[in-house]
Design a protein around this ligand. Sequence first.
Ligand code: ADP
Ligand code: MG
Length: 271
Amino acid sequence: MNWWLVYEEEDIERNRAYIDMFFRSCSSRNISLELLRTPDAFKRINSLSEALPSVVINRSRDISLSLILEEKGTAVYNNSQITKLGNDKLAAINFAEDLGLPVMKTSVSPGDPGWPMIAKSISGHGGTEVFMLKDPSDLEELEKKDIFPLRRWIYQEVASDTGRDLRIYVIGKRIIGSMMRSSDTDFRSNYCLGGQASVHTLTAEEYSIARTIIDTLDIGHCGIDLIYDHGSPVFNEIEDAVGTRMLYRYTDIDAVEEYVDYISHSEGANK
Ligand SMILES: Nc1ncnc2c1ncn2[C@@H]1O[C@H](COP(=O)(O)OP(=O)(O)O)[C@@H](O)[C@H]1O
Ligand SMILES: [Mg+2]
């Protein structure tokens, strides 16, 4: 079997150890894996002489890459639907709301939620494009930032239990683990911003939100993130190119091994 692992150039160094795990896991199964930068993946797809791989693990968040490969019959992990939902927070909130799941009230207009509110770009990651706006002067500050005209923004009611969120890790139809992330110093609980993490056992309510999403979508490997409002879990986002540093640090779950195993047994990989 011949697989590709696709990354954006700027993400490769930071993820080197993770990428190496994919190579080890594939090589133990006699799968030949190739690491490609996104532009090279497009070049290879467009080369008339080349046969495409049976599987592409797309960690680039580039949905057009998934779409073109899917059209050509290659199995893409995650597929384009998950890549869309994972990289468009508004689409994800609308999707969850349509399933009847609890979400924080969200609008494309800052006039809607009332103060204070959360502003976030629809495509941000790692908490870097998420802001707490306490009053109109904070909105003015945000609008002055260089990043502001470059992104689409959504405005959200503030969940009351700030500084805490739950990451539920999914492979296929299975929940492989979950971690509660928290921060004492920031309303954002992102682990990469210095938040703490602890292994978490899902409550019935948390499980039910995750299960509804898992049953509806065709997930390869993603994160489902919940935040808390007055003690109750609320859907927040889907993480497409989910990282598993926390899992490796705090548990003995080998997410890469489980993911490669899952893909290698799936229909798409064995066409
Ligand atoms: N509506 C909200 N109310 C309170 N806190 C929030 C809200 N939305 C996000 N947060 C906090 O900010 C963090 C980052 O926001 P998130 O939507 O997850 O963006 P990112 O993709 O950058 O992680 C969340 O983990 C959570 O702790
Ligand atoms: Mg997040």
